[in-house]
Every structure is written in structure tokens, then in C-alpha cells.
Design a protein. Sequence first.
Length: 218
Amino acid sequence: MAPLSLTPDQERELRTRVRHEAESLAREFAGIFSVETIERYATESFDAIRNRARLIDFVPVFVHRYTRERLRALAQAEGLIMKDRPEVLYVCVHNAGRSQIAAALTSRLSGGAVNVRSAGSDPADAINPVVVEVLAERGIDISEEFPKPLSDEVVRAADVVITMGCGDACPLYPGKRYLDWDVPDPAGQPREIVEAIVEDIEGRVRKLLAELEIPVAG
């Protein structure tokens, strides 16, 4: 998908709103990162995901969330903020199906005892709508999620990195646990296949939580 087609006035307005998001993040990360670093990350995030929002008004929200996630991961990786729970990163090609399912199920089944991130080596424009529907029937709402590009800092911050069909796209760092889950891609699959994929991933997530000694919530 090509970047959003904006008039010059829309471009200026959008970048102004992104700067406001950076100012908000600068207050949150005061004493951890400089304003210049936060502005650079916000600009990079804007350029990376501006074509992934369904509407122009969503872009600043997505930029804020993605930039905040990257900054927190960077701070954790560099020991600037302490981790209070295990970090798990799920990576697939498009971050539109498998990795989103795994992240949502991990968050739900761990009761928030695991911090979960997901990303794609080649992110899609939107999450698979059948995946959204199947998870919604389980009481899990991912309708406000969006495919995110894989960034170096989220890999560095993770304790466990789980890949699903993205090959060698994920950088390797010592001291981390890497797993590869051979899970079919739900893209273009009928609903019953997507439901089976969700069941498969749920079983794998339950096993992972047991290995991490995290009790299953509920």
C-alpha cells in the first residue's frame, strides 16, 4: 500500500500532531531519553506506519503507541528501566495473523503477567478480519491493533523471541531464547481453518507459560 496521499496542508497538520505526541512522550520519558531522541523516534515511527492507518486521524494515535513501545523496549534493553515481568516477542511476516493471535492469547492467558509484543518482517496494511472475528468470539478484542514493523530494540528487550514463518528476518542476540513455531498462515483461509490455527497457537502458548512458570489466568 502506498503512503497516505496528503495535501500539503494535511501533511503539515499531521506532522504537527505527531510533534504533539512526541511532546507527550517526552514528559513520560523525562530523565530517560532526550527530547531529540524522542522526536527522532516519533518521526521514524511516523514514516514507518503512516500508510497503515485506516484513516488519517488514526495516524497520530498509532505513532504514539508504536513510538512508546519502541522507547520502552530501548530503555529496557539498555537497563534504563527495570523489567517487572518476562518479555515475549512474536514475529511473523505480516503481523496480521499468527503473531497477533499469539500476542493476544499470551496476554489473556497470562493475566498480564507477561509483557507481550508482536511485529512483522513485512507488515501488512491491516489485521486479518477473520482473525479479529474469531478472537472476538473468545472475548479478546484486537480491533484497535495494527501491524507493526520489526525494530531492533524490541528484539533486544525480549527474553523470548518466537518466530512464525519469517525466516532469518529477526536479528539474533546472545542470551535470548529463540523458538520457531511452525504454524500455518491464516491469510486467505476459511474460518474453520483460522479457528484451528487459533487452537494450535493457544496450545503452544499454554506450554510456553508453563515453561516460564506463569500460571494460566482464569
